[in-house]
Design a protein around this ligand. Sequence first.
Ligand SMILES: Nc1ncnc2c1ncn2[C@@H]1O[C@H](COP(=O)(O)OP(=O)(O)OP(=O)(O)O)[C@@H](O)[C@H]1O
Ligand SMILES: [Mg+2]
Ligand SMILES: [Zn+2]
Length: 304
Amino acid sequence: MEKGENTPGEQGEACSACGAGEAKHEPEATFAAVRARMKNVKHKIAIMSGKGGVGKTTVSVNLALALANKGYKVGLLDADVTAPNVAKMLGIANPELFATPAGLFPPEAKGVKVISMAFLADENQAIIWRGPVIMGVIEQFLSDIVWGELDYLLIDLPPGTGDEALSIMQLIPDLDGIITVTTPQEVAVLDTRRSIDMARVMRIPVIGVIENMSGFACPSCGEVTEIFRSGGGEKVAEELGVPLLGSIPIDPRIAEAGDSGEPFIATNEGAAKEAFEAIVEKVEEAVKKRAAEKERELSSLFKE
Ligand SMILES: Nc1ncnc2c1ncn2[C@@H]1O[C@H](COP(=O)(O)OP(=O)(O)OP(=O)(O)O)[C@@H](O)[C@H]1O
Ligand SMILES: [Mg+2]
Ligand SMILES: [Zn+2]
């Protein structure tokens, strides 16, 4: 992760995105580096939410694993730079990192390639950075990590519509889309709308909404009991004009799994696992549909 690699030296303007001040580099070089890395990644999907703690990281980790279980090559980028916890949920605390002139190789856990600030920063030290530095880190994650060939790269974002989300949307040339995670309460609709509005402004497709913590799945008998008014996720999706990808119930084993570093779907059965698997199928359909649309658009361009 050498910042100087793409630095053209005196000629370049100081980049507002990299912010480090010491290095001058051309944004064009960054875009080219990101494009080169992302060329071999078929589908890139960012996971967002309006509010914190709704389950983005849980969803990202379990979807990544579900995709890997289906035989896809999967990467997971922890774009929550100041509060990274993907690594903990996947049970990789202090992996050995291989930094080479070609870039940094992401460690692999349970068939998923992962990169997280947790690998690079002291876990006990609070990470307090200004926006430009955060954007610089995201930039490096996208340009310096040797992902190799991937079918899916999932990107776990912090809550809200801040610098991390903006960097991801600006830098990744053909983001397949965003998935927003919400909880069933009424207020969550408003918060979800902000993420969707941001995607629309940035011309990024919205793959859909996932309603998490929807009802309670009893870990002993498996029955799902509604806690909040049911159908909240459907209502959100309808109001915002985006697909509902699925509803995941509260299952205490999900929280335990997150803490133990053994992703939930790896070792459990039940309604929540079925929900994750159904969501994966919807995501596969969505990216396939979009790829077909893109192809049609391209071929119609060449006909004219
Ligand atoms: N369906 C669920 N059932 C039970 N616990 C859950 C469920 N989804 C998430 N959790 C738990 O809720 C907590 C918050 O989840 P998580 O960290 O995934 O949210 P987040 O949206 O990524 O949070 P942040 O905004 O801080 O990044 C975790 O302890 C997680 O294990
Ligand atoms: Mg998170
Ligand atoms: Zn029960």
